[in-house]
Design a protein around this ligand. Structure first.
Ligand code: GLN
Length: 510
């Protein structure tokens, strides 16, 4: 395996700046890695090698003539297929968008390009970001690099797996109920859901507009911070975008110090419902932080237990409305019934063929919850619960600076294990959903491997809205302490997949 793909994005950026390596070399190393392992991992739906190499060559040229470039210039990145990319196919994991090539770049993609980064391609995801395992992708599941028979999390399993498998040093994801943080937890990577409104949603194919956020995926906390600094900021194209400037997240990591930091442990999310090894690593991480000056305080958030119920009314309601635009007229697939049909029949045949079962399930749920006569009972009640969850956060943050929870209840489960049981799938999000309901930021940082199965475990930190820098402070501090404890990053212990290189085919690279 080339050493270049083992570097963090920050390290690679420094080597590029020092002209010890070119972006073309770094990009080629990652493309080679994709060619070698993605047949087995299937993190990518689309790889644009030619354009990536052209972009890299252009950055090298600009560096050569002495242009001032940012810290991530020339660094490759993978992009979740939920973000539209000019001239690059975008499907959101759905058949209904197969073959669609968007005419513009989503704002986070544009910012990544403006920073001189090199998009490698688009990563696999559950269809329209609905799921926790990537198995709901219309293009086949992604496999967890730690164990190819297991799920890489979802919906952003492709982004997390691409980073964990060293196919890309960085990726972009989207998090509506945990789709950045839960995949990070099960793949031993770092994932951040920024404050709602912190990163533009313009050009992100909407799942639930009041919950969606775009954010970074990486192998180190500093790398996520550097990417966060690139993508954050006001965008007039997004009506919910926060106009104020943001402090540097990278600075927060570099100055990380937890002395005097009050960390609240959410009592309700520290229960027997969580796998023993997940809780063990969670508590060890807290002890370590406490030894280094943090104060650990128990807090209660009694309404968090209703979060999943509220989320699975609010999300389908918003999704059913957002997905109405896939009508066979404007985008992608069009299926005409045999012998022709009315507009309505064409729409119906297209949506029947183009949407998978989970998407249909949520459209039906959402339409029902919004229908006259049920609106107040379901959607209205869910919105009230949302307010109660927000109040739980307010009460907790009056006492502590950040909250801590295990990121998800279990380590990576087997592919197929929960596919036929939607409720079991939904329960994965018990610890991540409250943050989306309240709009607060969250990070998942690797906390070790569960002793019982040797699979990665994440710890989640949550901060008040606009206080994303606190997450980078505590996440960066914990990462440094754990590096000392284990003598290296946990991803160094992941299988290097070289045994799979022989079975790798072009199959996953379309
Ligand atoms: N797993 C959650 C869901 O299925 C979260 C999805 C997401 O964050 N996009 O809705």
């Amino acid at each position: 395996m080339s050493d270049l793909i083992r570097l963090s994005a920050a390290e690679l950026g420094e080597r590029l700046a020092a002209r010890e390596v070119t972006s073309v070399e770094a990009t080629r190393a990652h493309l080679d890695r994709i060619a070698a392992v993605d047949g087995a991992v299937h993190a990518f739906l689309h790889v644009d090698a030619e354009r990536a190499l052209d972009t890299a060559a252009e950055i090298d040229r600009r560096r050569h003539i002495g242009e001032e470039l940012g810290p991530l210039a020339g660094v490759p990145i993978a992009i979740k297929d939920v973000l539209v990319t000019k001239g690059m196919p975008t499907t959101s994991g759905s058949r209904i968008l197969e073959g669609w090539v968007p005419p513009y770049d989503a704002t986070p993609v544009r910012k990544v390009r403006d920073a001189g980064m090199v998009p490698l391609g688009k990563t696999n995801m559950d269809e329209f970001a609905m799921g926790s395992s990537t198995e709901h992708s219309a293009y086949g599941a992604t496999h967890n690099p730690w164990d190819l028979d297991r799920i890489p999390g979802g919906s952003g399993g492709g982004s997390a797996a691409s980073v964990a498998a060293f196919e890309a040093p960085l990726a972009l994801g989207s998090d509506t109920g945990g789709s950045i943080r839960q995949p990070a937890h099960v793949t031993g990577t770092v994932g951040v859901k920024p404050t709602y409104g912190g990163v533009s949603r313009y050009g992100s194919i909407a799942l639930a507009s009041s919950l969606d956020q775009i954010g970074p995926v990486s192998r180190t906390v500093l790398d996520s911070a550097l990417l966060h600094d690139v993508i954050a900021g006001f965008d007039p194209h997004d009506a919910t975008s926060i106009p104020d400037p943001w402090p540097s997240m990278a600075e927060a990591v570099r100055r990380a110090d937890v002395s005097g930091l009050r960390i609240g442990v959410v009592k309700e999310l520290d229960s027997d419902g969580f796998q023993a090894g997940v809780r063990q690593r969670f508590h060890e991480a807290l002890e370590l932080l406490e030894q280094h000056g943090a104060e650990i305080v128990e807090v209660s958030a009694p309404n968090f237990e209703y979060s999943i119920a509220a989320y699975y009314l609010i999300l389908p309601a918003e999704a059913s409305s957002n997905l109405a635009k896939f009508d066979s007229v404007r985008f992608g697939l069009r299926v005409t019934p045999e012998g022709g049909g009315t507009v309505e029949q064409v729409m119906s045949a297209t949506r029947e063929a183009g949407f998978g079962p989970e998407v249909k399930r949520r459209i039906i749920l959402g339409t029902y919850a919004l229908s006259a006569g049920y609106y107040d009972a379901y959607y209205g009640s869910a919105q009230k619960v949302r307010t109660l969850v927000q109040r739980d956060f307010d009460a907790a943050f009056a006492k502590v600076d950040v909250l801590a929870t295990p990121t998800a209840p279990t380590t990576a489960f087997k592919l197929g294990e929960k596919l036929d049981d939607p409720l079991a799938m939904y329960l994965n999000d018990v610890a991540t959903i409250p943050a989306n309901l309240a709009g607060v930021p969250g990070i998942s940082v690797p906390a070790g491997l569960a002793p019982e199965d040797g699979l990665p475990v994440g710890i989640q930190f949550l901060a008040p809205a606009r206080e994303d820098a606190r997450l980078y402070n505590v996440g960066g501090a914990l990462e440094a302490l754990l590096l000392d404890r284990w003598g290296g990053p946990i991803l160094a212990q992941a299988p290097d997949l070289s045994t799979h290189e022989l079975m790798a085919t072009e199959e996953g690279v379309v």
